[in-house]
Design a protein around this ligand. Structure first.
Ligand code: UD1
Length: 418
């Protein structure tokens, strides 16, 4: 097993250029099987989830090549509609492939997906959306046999704006002649990016970013070279690294508008944040102040993927902070490890009450999910002494060589074998 060894106490200072967003690239990779031509994704992050997704695409018959930040997907050899069980259990986003496989091959076989252990994570909304498009789905002991021979456009209503289910239906309907409408669609920026990607290939989708998305199916899509939006969660994590160490962080290639919920909270904690076009600059004061209340919500509310990092920041802020996690039911896994480092956190159900302490101390802790692992790294940067964060592989799912990025900003962090 690999881990990170961190010697805390160094101020983070410097500039980072952000890469493409994990949560934009994963559905875009899934949608890469839709066109009759090659897809090249620029700024494609070197993260485990991306390589796992490319592995699944290869098993379906595509050729995927990642080189120097560019992923090329050649889908000419696409022939398989069965998703490999072991691989799809590695990443939850494998479920995104259901829509595109059905769009291209009119049948698909998948197993229930895996991913971070942050809650039940059912896929009922994905299945409901596809059934509304005429897909017949039989669940045989966890294997889903999907028959799309009678697929048709339709009206889809989600009683919760699921990101993945919205994307799945967009991709399934992109090649279905007629108009499909999604009501109460998720509004995350990555959904608008998927619309831009599909439309760039010749698709006809409008409304992404609002609650109603209209997909006019087209006969065929063409290949494309595309640069996805930058990673707002990666950006937020680096801003938190600056905030928790009393440092200064400059981000280029950022989307400041998409980060508003996070930057507003960091301002509440006493950070100064300036933005100019795609540039963001955070300057933290010596000690953070607590925030009154943080509630995670679907976009444009506060993103659940930034909650763990804010919990780490709140651990050393002056005063009491309250966090309510509304999106996933099990997303305070890192609280126990933060407590080992000296934090004062009370978790009750979906709420965490954090009484900020003057200082954390280093400890041996373990990443239990992707963002929780990043939160422990942040805590290690601020802690006195040495911290070891076990299970770097979970962090590698969503951050490309996090230790290199943080080292370039002055942190003392290295990857170690455990
Ligand atoms: C995506 C993001 C993930 C982020 C999440 C919420 C990607 C690759 N992942 O995940 O990083 O944390 O959005 O912003 O983009 N739900 C159901 N039934 C379903 C689907 C979802 O009940 O069929 C529930 C989930 O259990 C969860 C909530 O809806 O409680 C939100 O999930 P969803 O928006 O679907 O998140 P993902 O697409 O899995």
């Amino acid at each position: 097993m690999e881990g990170f060894r961190i010697t805390g106490g160094e101020r983070i200072e410097g500039r980072v250029r952000l890469e493409g967003a994990k949560n934009a690239v994963l559905p875009i990779l899934a949608a890469s099987i839709l066109p009759q031509g090659d897809v090249v994704i620029r700024d494609c992050p070197d993260i485990r989830d991306v390589h796992a997704m490319a592995g699944i695409l290869s098993r379906l018959g595509c050729r995927c090549r990642w080189q120097a930040g560019e992923m090329t997907v050649c889908n000419q050899g696409l022939h398989n509609w069965e998703m490999p069980d072991a691989l799809s259990k590695q990443i939850r986003s494998s479920i995104f492939l259901l829509g595109p496989i059905l769009a291209r091959m009119r049948r698909a076989t998948v197993t229930y997906p895996g991913g971070c252990d942050i809650g039940l994570r059912p896929i009922d909304l994905h299945l409901k959306g596809l059934r509304a498009l005429g897909v017949v789905i039989v669940d045989d002991g966890g294997i889903l046999y999907c028959d799309g021979r009678n697929m048709h456009p339709g009206d889809v209503y989600f009683d919760y704006p699921s990101v993945g289910a919205t994307e799945n239906v967009m991709m399934a309907a992109a090649l279905l002649p007629g108009v499909t409408t999604i009501h109460n669609a998720a509004r995350e920026p990555e959904i608008a990016d998927l619309q831009r990607f599909i439309n760039g290939m010749g698709g006809c989708i409008r409304g992404a970013g609002t609650q109603v998305i209209e997909i006019q199916g087209v006969q065929r899509l063409e290949g494309i070279t595309y640069a996805p939006i930058s990673d707002r969660i990666g950006a937020g994590t680096l801003l938190c690294a600056g905030a928790i160490t009393g440092g200064t962080v400059e981000l280029t290639n950022a989307c400041p508008w998409d980060l508003l919920p996070v930057t507003e909270k960091l301002r509440e904690m006493g950070c100064t944040i300036r933005t100019e076009g795609e540039l963001m600059l955070l300057e933290a004061k010596e000690r953070l102040s607590a925030f009154s209340r943080l509630q995670t919500q679907p976009h444009p509310g506060f993103p659940t993927d930034m909650q763990a990092q804010m919990l780490a920041c709140a651990s050393v802020a002056h005063g009491t902070s309250v966090i309510v996690e509304n999106v996933f039911e099990n997303r305070f896994a890192q609280a126990a490890d933060l407590t080992r480092m000296g934090a004062n956190i009370l978790v009750s159900g979906r709420m965490a009450v954090v009484q900020g302490v003057d200082a954390l101390h280093g400890a041996r802790v373990c990443a239990r999910d992707l963002r929780g692992g990043a939160a422990l790294v942040l805590a290690g940067l601020a802690a006195q002494g040495e911290t070891v964060v076990e299970n770097a592989a979970l962090v590698d799912r969503g951050y490309a060589h996090l230790e290199d990025t943080l080292s370039s900003l002055g942190a003392k962090i290295q990857r170690i074998q455990l």
